[in-house]
Design a protein around this ligand. Structure first.
Ligand code: NAD
Ligand code: LMR
Length: 333
């Protein structure tokens, strides 16, 4: 089996510290798949990167073939199969969303151009750094030679959060709950939707809605808990989520590599081509997808959408078009 070359940006940061081990240990691409890990961070972090490289070496992992640590995009993006774009300017106190977008538009434009120039044309790109959907759109726009479907952003953490809230409410294990959907933006306007989700206990599978039997909770506290979970973790830890984010990245990439199982689906931020659920073309919007082994995905179509869901789905799309307007302004400046 050919070696896989996997880039992680922001490799000296806190998400990467959990993520790199899982990739190197074969938890994402399988124990039999050898991996070259490429780690990119900014020049001031070169010393920290060195320390992380030493630790990876000291893990003595059989599937880790080679580690490349670098502070230049030319080296980082050369011939890669996967790009996991975690590195971004973090939101500082007093910083407006617009300031964050401006700082990150520059980073993701540069990295999109590097993908276009140096990566394999089959590269699969996952954007994690916030604002993840719009950063993904910026990278995709700056890399016209790579198919749009090779770009996704992370909403799996939101899906995992929603799944775990439902499992806790019903007193079942997390793996009993499936087909929760995250629609839209990885932000507090996202719509976590359980209208089509199911819960399996023993041999019986039932709808989450019929098991929870509390529409007020499902349409109220459940949604806001998931929407605000990232902020709640920051408030408690004084740092954004890292362990759970790394785990969600592994889930996302593993499913993208190996495919989803049976009739199950998963949510990913993908390029909206205007043909799904009335979401207009031109943004990265999270929808449920089924993935074939090797990575080709199709949006799940034909799900019934209530008036309540419609308004939530439109609200989060509107926010994304607003972010896009700002991002395009910064990209051209
Ligand atoms: P962190 O600050 O610990 O690490 C970020 C790293 O990125 C730092 O080492 C920094 O030097 C590096 N970096 C900055 N600019 C870079 C560039 N141009 N090239 C390469 N590296 C660069 O942050 P973290 O906790 O690891 O989080 C990283 C990002 O992920 C943040 O934007 C955070 O908001 C986001 N996040 C997203 C989700 C999600 O579900 N989508 C979840 C959690 C966190
Ligand atoms: C999360 O959902 O935990 C993060 O995206 C929050 C953040 O702003 O970093």
């Amino acid at each position: 089996m050919a070696d896989l070359k996997v880039l992680v940006t922001g490799a000296a940061g806190q998400i990467a510290y959990s993520l790199l081990y899982s990739i190197a240990n074969g938890d994402v691409f399988g124990k039999d798949q050898s991996v070259t890990l490429v780690m990119l961070d900014i020049a001031p972090m070169a010393g920290v990167l060195e320390g992380v490289v030493m630790e990876l070496q000291d893990c003595a992992l059989p599937s880790l073939k080679k580690v490349i640590s670098t502070t230049t995009v030319e080296e980082a993006f050369a011939d890669i199969d996967y790009a996991i774009l975690v590195g971004a300017m973090p939101r500082r106190q007093g910083m407006e969303r617009k300031d964050l977008l401006k700082a990150n538009a520059k980073i993701f434009k540069e990295q999109g151009q590097a993908l276009d120039k140096f990566a394999k044309k089959t590269v699969k790109v996952l954007v994690v750094g916030n604002p993840a959907n719009t950063n993904c759109l910026i990278a995709l726009t700056a890399a016209p030679s790579i198919p749009k479907d090779n770009f996704t952003c992370l909403t799996r953490l939101d899906q995992n959060r929603a799944q775990s809230q439902i499992a806790a409410r019903l007193g079942v294990s997390n793996d009993c709950v499936s087909n929760v959907i995250i629609w839209g933006n990885h932000s507090s306007t996202q719509y976590p939707d359980v209208a089509h989700a199911s819960v399996k206990c023993g041999d019986t599978e039932s709808s989450v809605v019929s098991c929870v039997k509390d529409d007020n909770w499902l349409n109220g506290e459940f949604i806001t808990t998931v929407q605000k979970r990232g902020g709640a973790v920051i408030a408690a830890r004084k740092l954004s989520s890292a362990m759970s984010a790394a785990k969600a990245i592994c889930d996302h990439v593993r499913d993208w590599h190996f495919g989803t199982k049976g009739d199950k689906w998963t949510s990913m931020g993908i390029y909206s081509n205007g043909s799904n659920y009335g979401i207009k073309e031109g943004i990265i919007y999270s929808v449920p997808v089924r993935i074939a082994p090797g990575g080709a995905f199709t949006a799940v179509t034909g799900l019934s959408i209530s008036d309540f869901a419609r308004s939530k789905m439109d609200e989060t799309a509107e926010e994304l078009f607003g972010e896009k307007l700002m991002a395009m302004e910064f990209m051209s400046s």
